[in-house]
Design a protein around this ligand. Structure first.
Ligand code: AMP
Length: 482
């Protein structure tokens, strides 16, 4: 194995048969993973857990869905001292959404840790309750850089007992402009600590952080098991920049889809697509860095709930985006790095289903597409735009105006109000709500609000029932958001 410039390299994957027992986890945690149905560690877990338990710094290359959260959460849980109500580990995440996902995974894995206090310190929420919780004492902090730094600078966050800091999706954190905040946070943490970094890609800015803040890290590169991509058919369609929209409309009509994700490299392209196709009446919305967190959450909930059929996103906004069940991913512009290509298309073809990934390319993209194909271990088939049988852009668009099957309702209460998905189903169905079970779709209960998808034609009745009725004996406001 050749020594990289910084750190030692461990390569793992594809998936090999090992058990969690071999990873030196304590019996309590072995029981928990077994209860959760994790029968064997994922490659990143197998590689990272023993190294993290031994106290080393780690650089992990891995993506959402690889099991990376448990890879760092299990060692942290194994080492946390419940008697000491001081912060022992901090996980930095680029978005509130990822913080919530990480916190969820920690809480799931913490069944054998009664009394463990985990707090999320994220922006867009009042600071005061966070401060109060910190005063009462917490063991683990998960948060976004801005808010975390704020608490650190005001000295509400005592880091004297900190052992481990994790930078999750570090590349994305830097993309979003959090570089300076991350540096300031790291500079305030005790020097004797473990620094763990996860990233999908390694631009120079990440290498700089690694050199500055890590000590002899182990690099763990998990090769994306090619078998995970085998359900995805990869196609290429050549079209010049001026014909791109037309090509996209043609593809969308050729390949019927319920949920399609369209990736662009630039916000300007996202706007162009959404404006044109939206004006033509398609069920489409955007996800780019300009959206504030509230609207971003709403768009994602609507997309996951199938009340938007086409979502157009940039990588920065779309990464870490936790959507499964996509039938189609389109690259309207090819990404610069092959890893990002794999990342984008890996959103489809999950859970044994067939997926389709189509890249609209220009001739200048050939080399880039070739290296992407090499990474997936598959050939990318070229398809031709059949101009003779093309009915023209306006007619194509007209054929694509079928509305999404569902509508999404926002409810003004969440976990804080002890609402659970079953309570929402209860309020909507039976005598109180009048809907049948199959008219209720995806339900997401968040901290202070919830989203529920209902069959489009039942949406007005559902909003009425929710506003007239009660959930957990309390009144909440229900609003149709799309
Ligand atoms: P992550 O990559 O951390 O976002 O994890 C993806 C999903 O896989 C999460 O829902 C985890 O709960 C789940 N998961 C993590 N580790 C395992 C495992 N060893 N076996 C099965 N599922 C897992």
């Amino acid at each position: 194995m050749s020594a990289p410039s910084h750190g030692r390299t461990v390569r793992y994957g594809p998936w090999v048969e090992t058990s969690f027992k071999a990873l030196k986890l304590v019996p309590e945690l072995l029981d928990v993973v077994a209860q959760l149905g994790y029968t064997q560690p994922s490659p990143i877990q197998e590689a990272a857990i023993p190294i993290l338990l031994a106290g080393h710094d780690v650089i992990g290359q891995s993506q959402t869905g690889s099991g990376k959260t448990a890879a760092f959460a299990l060692p942290i849980l194994q080492q946390v001292d419940l008697e000491n109500r001081k912060v022992q580990a901090i996980v930095l995440c680029p978005t509130r959404e990822l913080s919530a996902q990480v916190a969820r995974e920690f809480r799931k894995l913490a069944r054998a840790h009664p009394g463990l206090a985990v707090i999320e310190l994220v922006g867009g929420q009042p600071s005061r309750p966070q401060r109060d919780a910190l005063e009462r004492g917490v063991h683990l902090v998960i948060g976004t850089p801005g808010r975390l730094l704020d608490h650190l600078q005001r000295e509400y966050l005592d880091v004297s007992s900190l052992r481990t800091v994790v930078l999750d999706e570090a590349d994305r954190m830097l993309d979003m402009g959090f570089g300076e905040d991350v540096g300031r946070i790291l500079a305030r943490l005790p020097l004797r600590r473990q620094t763990v970094l996860f990233s999908a890609t390694f631009p120079d800015s990440i290498e700089t952080i690694i050199r500055k803040y890590q000590k002899e890290p182990y690099r763990i590169t998990v090769q994306t098991p090619k078998s995970e991509l085998h359900n995805i058919q990869q196609l290429q369609l050549v079209a010049g920049p001026k014909e791109r929209l037309h090509a996209l409309a043609w593809l969308l009509s050729e390949h019927p889809h319920e949920s399609a994700l369209v990736f662009c490299n630039f916000k300007a392209t996202v706007s162009e697509v959404v404006e044109h196709l939206g004006a033509a009446g398609l069920s489409i919305d955007r996800l780019d860095g300009d959206l504030d967190q509230f609207h971003r959450d709403q768009v994602l909930a609507r997309f996951r709930g199938r009340s938007i059929r086409i979502l157009v996103a940039t990588d920065v906004a779309g990464r870490g985006l936790d959507v499964t069940d996509l039938d189609l991913v389109v690259n309207l512009e090819l990404p610069n790095q092959p890893e990002i290509y794999v990342h984008r298309i890996g959103r489809t073809g999950r859970a044994g289903k067939k997926g389709l990934a189509i890249s609209i390319t220009s001739r200048a993209d050939d080399a880039r597409l070739e290296s992407a194909a090499a990474l997936t271990g598959q050939r990318i088939k070229t398809i031709q735009h059949d101009a003779d049988n093309d009915i023209g852009l306006p007619a194509l668009l007209q054929g694509l105006t079928a509305p999404a099957e569902m509508s999404t309702i926002l409810i003004s209460g969440g976990r804080k109000d002890r609402i659970r998905p079953g309570d929402i189903v209860g309020a909507l169905t039976g005598q109180s709500g009048g809907l049948s079970g199959d008219q209720v779709g995806k339900i997401e209960v968040q901290e202070r609000l919830s989203y529920v998808a209902v069959a489009r034609k039942s949406a007005p009745a559902a909003v009425k029932a929710l506003n007239a009725g009660r959930i957990k004996k309390m009144k909440f406001r229900a609003t149709l958001i799309g």
